[in-house]
Design a protein around this ligand. Structure first.
Ligand code: 13P
Length: 239
C-alpha cells in the first residue's frame, strides 16, 4: 500500500489535477494507492476516484460525537465524506499539538468503529536515535494500543523516524528492518501492515521496499509530484 500524505499543501485546482493523475496510475498498477488530502478537498476527490480502487483518507480527525467543537471534524463526518482511512498521531501533530497515542485512543476507537482504518504514526527524533533510545521510544508510543481493547487487526502502523521526514535522509534498510520487526513484536502481531515514511523518493524507494517487513510507504513531499509518486508506485510494483 502506497499512501500519499499531502499535508498542508495544494489549492483546489492542484488537488483535483493531482487526484486525476493518481487515478491514471491506478489503471496501470495493482498496488493499493491512497490519497490523504487536506480535508477541504476530500469530497471532490472522492468524486474523481469513485470508479477506481484509489482510497481516500483524512490527515486527522477527532473521536468525539457531534457537538460544540469549533474547527473539528469527527470520524463519522470523515467516513460520510467517503474516506476509508485517517492518519493519526503524525509526528508533526505530536510536536505541534502535543498529541500522544494515549490521547488518541478515543479517536482510534472511533475511526475503527466507522469501519475505516487508522494509520497510526510512530517514530523517534534524531536525538532519541543518537542516544540509543529509538526502540524504547517507539515501543512506548505503541504500548497504549495494547491495553485499550482495540481491534489491533484493523490498525495500520506507519514507522516515520522524525529525522527522516522532509530531510531527504531516508532511514537505512537496516534501521527499517529492525524497527518494523520491533513494531510487530511490541504489538504481538505478525500480520500488521507496517508502512515506512520519511523521505521516500524515486531514488530511495527500491532500498526502502527491499527492507524486510515493509508493507508499503507513507509518502509526503514526493506524493505532490505526479512523476515522483508514479515512480514510487512503480518501485513497489517491481519489488
Ligand atoms: P516526506 O516524504 O516529505 O519525508 O514526509 C513523510 C511523511 O511525513 C509522511 O507522512
Amino acid at each position: 500500500m502506497i499512501i500519499g500524505n499531502w499535508k498542508m499543501n495544494t489549492l483546489r485546482a492542484d488537488a483535483l489535477a493531482l487526484a486525476n493523475a493518481v487515478v491514471g496510475m491506478d489503471r496501470l498498477n495493482s498496488t493499493r494507492i491512497g490519497i490523504c488530502s487536506p480535508a477541504l478537498w476530500i469530497d471532490p476527490i472522492t468524486q474523481i476516484v469513485k470508479h477506481s480502487s484509489i482510497l481516500v483518507g483524512a490527515q486527522d480527525c477527532v473521536g468525539d460525537n457531534f457537538g460544540a467543537q469549533t474547527g473539528c471534524i469527527n470520524a463519522d463526518m470523515v467516513r460520510d465524506a467517503g474516506c476509508s482511512m485517517v492518519i493519526l498521531g503524525h509526528s508533526e501533530r505530536r510536536a505541534r499539538f502535543g498529541e500522544s497515542t494515549d490521547k488518541l485512543l478515543n479517536t482510534i476507537a472511533a475511526v475503527l468503529e466507522t469501519g475505516m482504518f487508522p494509520v497510526v504514526c510512530v517514530g523517534e527524533t534524531k536525538k532519541q536515535r543518537e542516544s540509543g533510545k529509538a526502540f524504547d521510544v517507539v515501543a512506548e508510543q505503541l504500548k497504549p494500543l495494547l491495553t485499550a481493547g482495540l481491534d489491533l487487526g484493523g490498525i495500520v502502523i506507519a514507522y516515520e523516524p522524525v529525522w527522516a521526514i522532509g530531510t531527504g535522509l531516508s532511514a537505512t534498510r537496516k534501521d527499517i528492518e529492525e524497527m518494523h520487526a520491533t513494531v510487530r513484536e511490541v504489538i504481538n502481531r505478525n500480520d500488521t501492515v507496517v508502512l515506512y515514511g520519511g523521505s521516500v523518493s524515486p531514488e530511495s524507494a527500491d532500498d526502502v521496499f527491499n527492507a524486510e517487513g515493509v508493507s508499503g510507504a507513507l509518502v509526503g513531499g514526493a506524493s505532490l509530484n505526479v512523476d515522483k509518486f508514479a515512480a514510487i508506485v512503480a518501485a513497489w510494483e517491481r519489488k
